[in-house]
Design a binder for this molecule. Structure first.
Ligand SMILES: *[C@@H]1O[C@H](CO)[C@@H](O)[C@H](O)[C@H]1NC(C)=O
Ligand SMILES: *[C@@H]1O[C@H](CO)[C@@H](O)[C@H](O)[C@H]1NC(C)=O
Ligand SMILES: *[C@@H]1O[C@H](CO)[C@@H](O)[C@H](O)[C@H]1NC(C)=O
Ligand SMILES: *[C@@H]1O[C@H](CO)[C@@H](O)[C@H](O)[C@H]1NC(C)=O
Ligand SMILES: *[C@@H]1O[C@H](CO)[C@@H](O)[C@H](O)[C@H]1NC(C)=O
Ligand SMILES: *[C@@H]1O[C@H](CO)[C@@H](O)[C@H](O)[C@H]1NC(C)=O
Ligand SMILES: *[C@@H]1O[C@H](CO)[C@@H](O)[C@H](O)[C@H]1NC(C)=O
Ligand SMILES: *[C@@H]1O[C@H](CO)[C@@H](O)[C@H](O)[C@H]1NC(C)=O
Ligand SMILES: *[C@@H]1O[C@H](CO)[C@@H](O)[C@H](O)[C@H]1NC(C)=O
Ligand SMILES: *[C@@H]1O[C@H](CO)[C@@H](O)[C@H](O)[C@H]1NC(C)=O
Ligand SMILES: *[C@@H]1O[C@H](CO)[C@@H](O)[C@H](O)[C@H]1NC(C)=O
Ligand SMILES: *[C@@H]1O[C@H](CO)[C@@H](O)[C@H](O)[C@H]1NC(C)=O
Length: 742
């Protein structure tokens, strides 16, 4: 645990209603200052930049025209720049050199969640330490001083954080709009809701201007098992890709491992490198429509790989080449195929029309690859990937409707957030890859790509024969991380299928089952947060500092809040131990979530350990955790399956009331239910209000109360120390108010 220099706390910056509104002023020194009612300085936009090249921009002097600024809402200032210069930008300076800047990229440069020392373009990151092509990005930065800056453009730009206490961006555009986003001001009727103020409200306001994730179908959250090449690695009687996928389906069934979808990476089509003819290879997939229908009957959604790439000799290439739709073929990476200029309306229309084949045979979403490998000029990357994600989305939404499919991309810019989710690219199958993946998950959350997963075990494997890559230990650790990721997806295939050699005699299949089934059982919790994210932009994987206004939590790269109830501290190194810092603010105490024995005080650091069949996870006092089997997926081994929802509650006398906003239903057609947990210490009473909603069980864990030295004797005569009181049957099936006296 890295201990930090003290920083300004957010609370110090939070304006109070008494102080009045934010003000923005242009000084005689050509800086824009945002103040709290003209008193304390909140934001120093120390220079407004312009110039003919990004290397020659200078601060605008004595501005008379071309700049305007105004408050769009009481806490969002809009700045518009429009001069004859080709490049525009801005600089923000803090009086404290230890101010941190977060956001912009998903990729964790230097393994960190903040951007100290980084200068890079707002484009895809290539082969890098830990993860290749970890490429979600957003022209949005967050300052530890409590504000955010969103630049509303798809033009190429660069961000520079190499000077302590300073952030700068420059975009290739003669006009630029950026927003300085401040914490929401408390209003007379504001409540204690999660985004009432602070950085959470900055993210909420940013995503209101930009875009928010669409609610995924429950099947999108996984578990998802796929192969990089289903045309290889046949076992038993398998003779083609289609049967190979069925072999996976069957192994999952017989091992009773929960799953909701699978997808075919390339190759799966006919023609040059199997992409560009918009079909399935008839040898590998003799009857795609019947095959996909059968997969659906077994509880699996099916996705395919797509990219804006045209291989010579294919339908896509022939049409594009005849019509002059291709960018010049000058990319450095060999025969990867050329890209279409989707700014040409005919090219866009053609591609969209061809892609419609896939939803027409039942494919429900895409793995959207590439767009940042040099196949087009870098300065159009953001515009072009956004167009490609748009057209891919259109083909799916017109067939299945919103939330009726699941697409995920590695390269995505913020405006695409509503049209695709993300995976973090090609992670390396080693502990650095895992550690970087955890950090990239936290970073993805800070730019609000909330529905996110990583290739469990790593994508770039060391295929040296006879080695286990990933090692069973690394794979197990990563599976636990994916259990506590919004999406659990895992790559199988040649030399890395848990039930085949060389893993057959390891514990890998058992841990895969344990973690997949746990992820499935956490679905009610994850889905509720996915829904909240679609409404307020808040991610599910949350940097500690989003929940905790605790300066010791700013830099944590290897632990996060999963929603706001659970603190997850995955083991990302060899061995079974790690340190965990318990942040101050969100909870005074944290209970180890699985064994429910140890309680940790906020503000302390502890050594914890977990063998390969666990992960350090801690629950807040007052938490309500909905869990259970709410989506059948492939669990056809359960006859007469019916959904089952249970609530785990962790009452504490210190938390008189807590709430959880649950989401029942699919897509946009569900409804929110706010469960309430109340405690009254004076009379020893615990109340769980189900708000009329039927649940199958409520489990009351009283460890926090026992920790206060209480000798817990349930009024219902069931509770003994360390035992759980369970309500079920008629007690919970009418959604009544449950009462327990201790
Ligand atoms: C804003 O930052 C600039 C550059 O560091 C500095 O010269 C100026 O004094 C700052 N303004 C205020 C009001 O602190
Ligand atoms: C800007 O205005 C100030 C005050 O009027 C003046 O002293 C200065 O020379 C001007 N700077 C430029 C670059 O025109
Ligand atoms: C920028 O200013 C020019 C000249 O005043 C105007 O024609 C143009 O529409 C403006 N562009 C934007 C994006 O505001
Ligand atoms: C990933 O990056 C490494 C360098 O870190 C490189 O050796 C490797 O070829 C890359 N793999 C892929 C699939 O791009
Ligand atoms: C200028 O643009 C080029 C091309 O996008 C980029 O590589 C470089 O980092 C940029 N430099 C600055 C200072 O923005
Ligand atoms: C800026 O964009 C223009 C096209 O609008 C392009 O020609 C130029 O190369 C870009 N500059 C940089 C540095 O990327
Ligand atoms: C306060 O609550 C009222 C009624 O719910 C609502 O219409 C109004 O927009 C709220 N005001 C603010 C500033 O949120
Ligand atoms: C349907 O899928 C199941 C499960 O993968 C498989 O065992 C069966 O052979 C398939 N049936 C057909 C007709 O393909
Ligand atoms: C396949 O496509 C690549 C990239 O366009 C090209 O270099 C190669 O020559 C093509 N091969 C054939 C057999 O057409
Ligand atoms: C594309 O054009 C080439 C050359 O004319 C031809 O050989 C090939 O069959 C065409 N591809 C398709 C899918 O029609
Ligand atoms: C892409 O096509 C658009 C529309 O025709 C055109 O304006 C633009 O210059 C093209 N971009 C490149 C890099 O060729
Ligand atoms: C796994 O165990 C089986 C049964 O003991 C044995 O036949 C097989 O060779 C073992 N596989 C490996 C890779 O050690």
């Amino acid at each position: 645990m890295v201990r930090l220099r003290p920083l300004l706390t957010l609370t110090a910056l939070l304006p109070s209603a008494v102080l009045g509104a934010y003000k923005i002023t242009l000084t005689p020194f050509n800086t824009l200052l945002v103040t709290n009612g003209g008193t304390s300085l909140l934001v120093n936009n120390s220079a407004i930049l312009s110039g003919p090249q990004n290397t020659t921009v200078t601060p605008l002097q004595n501005i008379t025209t071309g700049l305007s600024y105004t408050f769009l809402t009481p806490s969002v200032a809009k700045i518009t720049l429009n001069t004859s210069s080709a490049f525009h930008g801005a600089r923000f300076t803090s009086s404290s050199p230890s101010t941190r800047f977060f956001g912009v990229w998903e990729y964790p440069f230097n393994g960190k969640i903040d951007n100290e020392g980084v200068a890079f373009d707002l484009k895809g990151v290539g082969n890098e330490v830990g993860i290749n092509w970890s490429n979600a990005r957003a022209p949005f930065l967050l300052s530890s001083e409590g504000y955010g800056v969103y630049t509303d453009t798809l033009k190429m730009g660069s961000y520079d954080f190499t000077k302590n206490g300073e952030a700068q961006f420059i975009f290739n555009s003669s006009s630029l709009v950026y927003y300085i986003i401040l914490p929401k001001l408390p209003t007379s009727n504001s409540t204690a809701s999660s985004t009432a103020g602070g950085l959470k409200s900055v993210i909420e306001q940013y995503t209101a201007l930009s875009a928010r994730s669409e609610m995924p179908p429950t099947s999108g959250l996984g578990p998802t098992f796929w192969s990089d090449d289903f045309t290889l690695d046949f076992h038993g009687s398998v003779s083609n890709a289609q049967e190979n996928i069925q072999d996976v389906v069957n192994h999952l069934y017989y091992n009773q491992i929960r799953a909701t979808s699978t997808f075919a990476d390339r190759p799966f089509g006919s023609g040059n490198r199997s992409w560009g003819n918009f079909d399935f290879d008839p040898v590998q997939y003799p009857d795609p429509e019947a095959f996909i229908k059968n997969l659906t009957d077994y509880g699996f959604d099916f996705q395919v790989w797509v990219a804006n790439r045209a291989q010579k000799g294919t339908k896509l290439f022939n049409a594009s080449s005849a019509n002059d739709w291709l960018f010049p073929d000058d990319h450095p990476q060999g025969a990867l195929g050329e890209a279409l200029n989707l700014s040409i309306p005919e090219a866009y229309k053609y591609f969209e029309g061809q892609l419609e084949y896939f939803p027409s045979v039942g494919v429900k979403g895409y793995k959207i690859d590439r767009g940042e490998e040099g196949e087009m000029p870098d300065y159009v990357q953001n515009e072009q990937i956004t167009l490609f994600i748009d057209l891919a989305y259109q083909t799916m939404v017109s067939k299945f409707g919103k939330s009726g499919f699941y697409s995920f991309a590695r390269s995505a810019v913020d405006r695409s957030r509503a049209k695709t989710h993300v995976w973090n690219g090609d992670s390396h199958a080693d502990f650095t890859g895992l550690a970087y993946s955890v950090a990239s998950g936290i970073r993805s959350g800070l730019i609000s790509f909330g529905i996110w997963g990583s290739d469990t075990g790593g994508y770039s494997r060391d295929s040296a024969l006879g080695t286990l890559s990933p090692t069973p230990e690394l794979w197990a650790r990563w599976m636990w991380f994916s259990a506590f990721s919004p999406v659990y997806e895992l790559m199988l295939g040649t030399n890395h299928t848990p039930w085949y050699a060389p893993y057959e005699n390891t514990s890998t299949t058992a841990i895969m089952k344990q973690t997949s089934n746990l992820h499935a059982d956490l679905t009610p919790y994850i889905k509720a947060y996915a829904h909240q994210s679609s409404k307020n932009g808040l991610p599910i994987i949350r940097a500690l500092f989003l929940e905790a206004e605790d300066e010791d939590a700013w830099d944590t790269t290897d632990a996060y809040f999963f929603g706001s109830e659970l603190l997850v501290a995955p083991i990302v190194t060899n061995g079974s131990e790690r340190e965990v810092y318990f942040p101050k603010g969100p909870s005074a105490r944290y209970l180890e979530y699985f064994d429910k024995n140890e309680i940790y005080e906020a503000g302390t650091t502890a050594d914890v350990s977990a063998n390969l069949s666990s992960i350090p996870v801690f629950v807040k006092e007052g938490a309500i955790i909905p869990r259970g089997d709410v989506f059948q997926g492939n669990a056809k081994w359960i006859s007469n399956w019916t959904p089952e929802l249970r609530l785990e509650v962790f009452p504490s006398w210190e938390v008189p009331e807590s709430r959880f906003v649950y989401y029942d239903g699919e897509g946009e057609n569900g409804r929110e239910v706010e469960f309430v947990l109340r405690t009254e210490a004076e009379i020893g009473k615990i109340t769980v209000d189900l708000r009329g909603f039927k649940v199958d069980a409520v489990e009351v864990f009283t460890q926090f109360i026992e920790d206060e030295g209480e000798d817990v004797q349930s009024g219902r005569g069931k509770t003994k120390k360390g035992k759980v009181t369970k309500f079920s049957g008629a007690e919970t099936s009418e959604g009544r108010v449950l009462e327990l006296y201790l």
